[in-house]
Structure formats: C-alpha cells, structure tokens
Design a protein around this ligand. Structure first.
Ligand code: BEZ
Length: 210
C-alpha cells in the first residue's frame, strides 16, 4: 500500500552511517526530510548529497532533520562519503540509511518496479513533527533534485500551519500570501485588520504574517 499525504509514516529500524537508525526516536519533535537515491557512486547522486550537506544550516534553521537512503550497504556508503567530501567540498553531515534488505524502501514505497526492480527511486518525503507525510516528490533517476524548492515548500508548510493562509504559485519568503477560502470575510477582518486585496472574491491576498 502506498503512503498518502496525511498518513503517519511508519516507524522502522535500519542500519545507517550513524549506527542503528530508529526513525521515530531519531526524528523526535523535528520536521524530517527523508530522501532516497538510486545508487551510491553515481554522478547525479554525488552532487545531490554534496548539495544537501552544504544546505544543512538551512535545514537546521527550520528545525528539519535530513536523512538519505538507498539499498546500498553500509561499507559502500562509507567509501562513497570520501568521494562526496573531496569532489563536492562538503562532507556528509547527516545520516545515510543502508537499506540492504529493502524493508524500509518497500514500506515507504521507494521502489517502483517499472523504473527499476533493484534500486530506490529519487524521492523526497517531507514529514512533520506529528510524523505525518506532508510532501512527496519523485524525480527521474537522470534529474537531480532542486533542494531550494524543498526548502521553499517547508517554509510554506510551516507558515500555513501557523496562519490561516496559503501560498501562491512561485511564492518565496516575504511575498504576499492568500487567505484560505474557509475563512469568510468577517473572520478575515479580525485576522487581517489591515485589509486585503481581492482581484477575485475568492482570491484575497495579504502581506505575509510574521
Ligand atoms: C546518478 O545518480 O547519476 C544516476 C543514477 C541512476 C541513473 C542515472 C544517473
């Protein structure tokens, strides 16, 4: 059964570069980005892991823990880590799960047999502090991910969890946001006393709340 948005991501225990990895215990009360990559020692994946290592302060700032995963064994992850550090200028600073028996990959729907029977797809899961799945993105093996977009979605999720707003297309931090349709105009006047713009009755925009 595939995981759907809003589902609680099941707990699991698996080997990792930081020792036995107990997912729910490790996640604690943090947001989590779990991202799978097809194979170790492949060029696109090498750039992705270096990029995520470079962005670690950005994930930390948002209260997000990051973990990578593939079906490659632990000794392979350890040897590949050297290549990542030397070629990308950033050493791994987050755990990599070694899902040799594919138990986690199968539970999280990270093996798509039409793409490959043996390797994990290039997927990103964003999981909130309640362990609920909030975003899934699956890319082709030949396309490296845009991790700035993952940070942008996390910013949107964290903002829209705090306020009754949604974020429009291509929204970036500081841009105007949309008052959610479930808030009627009377309630909106209390929440947004400075008013809003309404190019359409159902499209009401306000400055991004703090
Ligand atoms: C890569 O990470 O470079 C890659 C992995 C699988 C297929 C193609 C590229």
């Amino acid at each position: 059964m595939s995981l759907k948005l809003g589902d609680v991501v099941p707990d699991f225990t698996q080997d990792s570069t930081i020792g036995p990895f107990r997912f729910h215990e490790w996640a604690g009360a943090s947001w989590v980005v779990l991202f799978s990559h097809p194979r170790d020692f492949t060029p696109v994946c090498t750039t992705e892991l270096g990029t995520v290592a470079a962005l670690k302060p950005e994930f930390d700032r948002r209260g997000v823990k990051v973990v990578g995963l593939s079906v490659d064994p632990l000794d392979s992850h350890a040897r590949w880590a050297d290549d990542i550090a030397t070629s990308q200028g950033h050493a791994l600073n987050f755990p990599l799960i070694a899902d040799g028996d594919r138990s986690v990959s199968l539970a999280l729907d990270l093996i798509h047999p039409g793409a490959s029977d043996t390797t994990t797809v290039r997927t990103v899961l964003v999981i909130d502090p309640a362990k609920k799945l909030r975003l899934t993105l699956t890319y082709p093996a030949s396309t490296g991910r845009n991790f700035a977009e993952i940070l942008r979605v996390i910013d949107s999720l964290q903002l829209t969890d705090r306020h009754k707003v949604a974020t429009p297309a291509d929204w970036q931090q500081g841009d105007d946001v949309i008052i959610v349709p479930s808030v009627d105009d009377d309630a909106a006047r209390a929440l947004f006393p400075d008013g809003w713009a309404a190019p359409l009755p159902y499209l009401r925009t306000v400055r991004q709340p703090a």
